[in-house]
Ligand binder design. Structure first.
Ligand code: N2P
Length: 362
């Protein structure tokens, strides 16, 4: 029976669901020293996530070149790494995906002595459940998933609820976008329904599917790539998306007065994206050196000042624009943080999320 099911599931998560029960064979660490390079770096990252000045700065300092390729979801990235085409040297998976990939033996354990700037990390961002020993990943940036909106649609005084999407006002029906991302879109529906984003209840998942299907006529598109541009460009009025992407677009278009972002009162997703080295990497030592470069205090601050995501780098704080540091939509206060939930690896249930989302979209 397991065999039949395994033939029907998406390729990207096949190994996680159908591999041997102990996960893949562990990858061996590689001996690298701080500052060592062993070739050019192929970086596989989310889009608009790195201050473009940092790439030439790294290239000049270490005499290697960096090629950047972009992905728009953890699952797309996983599928690419599993397909084994390009040998990316450094990837930026979110929390639950670090755990999936480490479990499958897809990540090279970090040689921590080659990354002295790990000491700059805020202790809150070390020992996290998806990589308790920090052996496989180093935090890059963190943020929340909520709702970006046009004040023209919601006015100044509205209830900051997921109902903005799941019980939409007729005035903006058809002008809503949602992330093209199974865990995020279903997670939003689960939160609205009062459930955990990490549910492993088929009944709860089905309720989330039914809810998303019921509002499909109100959804203009599922998109994770240009939703923030669609919002500031007037193509949609409401967008489900990642905090910093909205702020980046508001800043880019002088749109701060016309657009906003909120974390729904029912709770939402918080995430940490992390740097990790796939076992198929060629330039493993350059990848370590790049991780160390990104964890430098000033470089970490440059990231946040560019992409408006929060930094896990404590030493960076003094170089971060004070307006960003004090912005509660970027650095949520404790009472808001308590309502946030991290997406976790649900094991074999991951496939049910993927299948459920395919069902929603078809
Ligand atoms: C950056 C997107 C952040 C990814 N453009 C959220 N995990």
């Amino acid at each position: 029976m397991k065999r039949v099911i395994c033939l029907l599931i998406p390729m990207a998560l096949l190994a996680a669901a159908c591999g041997d029960d102990d996960g893949g064979t562990a990858a061996e660490p590689v001996a690298c020293e701080a500052g060592e390079t062993d070739g050019n770096l192929d970086l596989y990252n989310w889009s608009e996530y790195i201050d473009p000045d940092l790439i030439p700065a790294f290239e000049a300092e270490y005499g290697v070149s960096v090629t950047e390729t972009f992905f728009e979801s953890n699952e797309v990235m996983l599928a690419q790494i599993q397909a084994g085409g390009a040998a990316y040297d450094l990837i930026v998976p979110s929390d639950y995906m670090v755990s999936i990939m480490a479990e499958e033996g897809m990540l090279i354990p970090l040689t921590k002595a080659a990354i002295p700037n790990l000491a700059n990390l805020d202790p809150k961002f070390t020992g996290l459940p998806f990589d308790p020993t920090g052996d496989y990943s180093a935090p890059y940036q963190w943020g929340t998933t909520g709702i970006g909106f046009a004040y023209e649609a919601l006015g100044e005084d509205f209830e900051p609820s997921w109902a903005v999407i799941f019980d939409p006002d007729p005035s903006y029906v058809g002008q809503i976008s949602m992330l093209n991302d199974a865990r995020e879109a279903l997670g939003a529906a689960l939160k609205y329904l009062g459930y955990s984003v990490n549910t492993t209840s088929e009944a709860e998942l089905q309720e989330a599917v039914d809810l998303l299907k019921s509002i499909k006529p109100a959804i203009a598109k599922f998109d994770s790539d240009q939703y923030e541009d669609d919002l500031v460009g007037g193509e949609v009025m409401i967008a489900h998306g990642w905090s910093g992407d909205f702020f980046f677009a508001f800043d880019d278009t002088d749109g701060w007065e016309d657009f906003g972002y909120f974390i729904p009162e029912e709770g939402a997703v918080a995430w940490v994206d992390n740097m990790a080295i796939p076992r198929t990497a060629d330039a493993v030592c350059t990848a370590h050196t790049f991780i160390d470069f990104m964890l430098d205090a000033e470089n970490g601050a440059a990231l946040t000042n560019y992409n408006f995501y929060a930094s896990p780098n404590a030493a960076a704080a003094e170089f971060v624009d004070p307006e960003i540091l004090g912005d509660e939509s970027i650095y949520p206060p404790d009472d808001v943080f308590e309502r946030l939930e991290f997406i976790a690896d649900t094991g074999a249930f991951e496939l049910k999320f993927q299948d459920a989302f395919t069902d929603v979209k078809n």
